[in-house]
Design a binder for this molecule. Sequence first.
Ligand SMILES: Nc1ncnc2c1ncn2[C@@H]1O[C@H](COP(=O)(O)OP(=O)(O)OP(=O)(O)O)[C@@H](O)[C@H]1O
Ligand SMILES: [Mg+2]
Length: 255
Amino acid sequence: MTLSATGVSIRFGGLVALNNVAVSVSPGEILGLVGPNGAGKTTLFNCLTGVSKPQAGKVQLEGRDISRLSLADRVRLGIGRTFQTPRLDLGSSVADAVMLGFNPRLRQSIVSACLPFSKARRTEDDLSSRARQLIAEFQLTADPDSSAGELSLGHLRLLEVARALASEPRYLLLDEPAAGIDDVDRDLLADAIRNAAARGLGVLLVEHNVGFVAELSHRMVALVSGEVVAEGKPAYVVADPQVVAAYLGVHHVAA
Ligand SMILES: Nc1ncnc2c1ncn2[C@@H]1O[C@H](COP(=O)(O)OP(=O)(O)OP(=O)(O)O)[C@@H](O)[C@H]1O
Ligand SMILES: [Mg+2]
C-alpha cells in the first residue's frame, strides 16, 4: 500500500538528473524530500505524477505498475499534485479555480447526458459548496467569487493545495508549497498537510526549508546530484554529513 518509485533513472542529454532512485510513501505518512537546487526533486516528482517518463525503473501505485500511465490517468487513480510555479488561470474566480481540481470522474459524471438535469444541478451545487468549504478552511478569501489574480503568492500556493485536495487524492505531492509565503500562510499549510495525513493521505513534500520539512515529516529522503544520500528519521537526515555538506553555501536553506 504505497506510492513508490524504484530504480528510477532519467537523463537530459548528457546530464543524469536521477540515478537509480527509490522512494516510497505510505498512506498517512508525510515524507519530506530535500536537496539543493538541481538535485532532481522536481524531476522525481514529475516521474511519480506522469509528467516525465524515466528511462529506467518503475513507478507503482499500491502494487500496480503505473509507469506508462498519463498524468490524467494518475490523477484519476488518486495522485494529486501542485507545481513549483503555481499554474492557475488568474482570470478565473477563486471558487472556479478550486473546482477545477475536482476529480475528473466526478466532473465527467456531471456533464454526462445520462444524468437528469436536476441531479446534475445538485451535484454541481455539492461541488460548489465543497469548494467553498476548502476556501474557508484555507482562509483564501472572504469572497469566493473574487478573482484568483487578486490573491497574494502565499494564497495562490494555498489555493493550489486546496485544488489538489479537491480531487480527493490518496496521495498528495507538493513541490515547494511554502516558497515565498509568510508565517501565517505557512502555519495554515502545515495544518492542512497534517490534517491530510491524519485522514490517511500519503504526502510527499518537497521543500528547501529544511526546518519546515523536518518538523512536519515522519520520514525524510535527501537527494544530491540525482542520488539518494540519506533516508530516515528527520533528525538523522538533517545531521547527515553529506546533507550538511550539500547545503553549505546554499543561502536559502534556513529560510
Ligand atoms: N526538461 C529538462 N531538460 C533538461 N534538463 C532538465 C530538465 N528538467 C530538469 N533538468 C535538469 O535536471 C536537474 C534536476 O532538476 P530538478 O528541477 O529536478 O531539480 P530540483 O531539485 O527540483 O531543483 P530546485 O530546487 O531548483 O527546484 C537540473 O540540473 C536541471 O537543470
Ligand atoms: Mg524543483
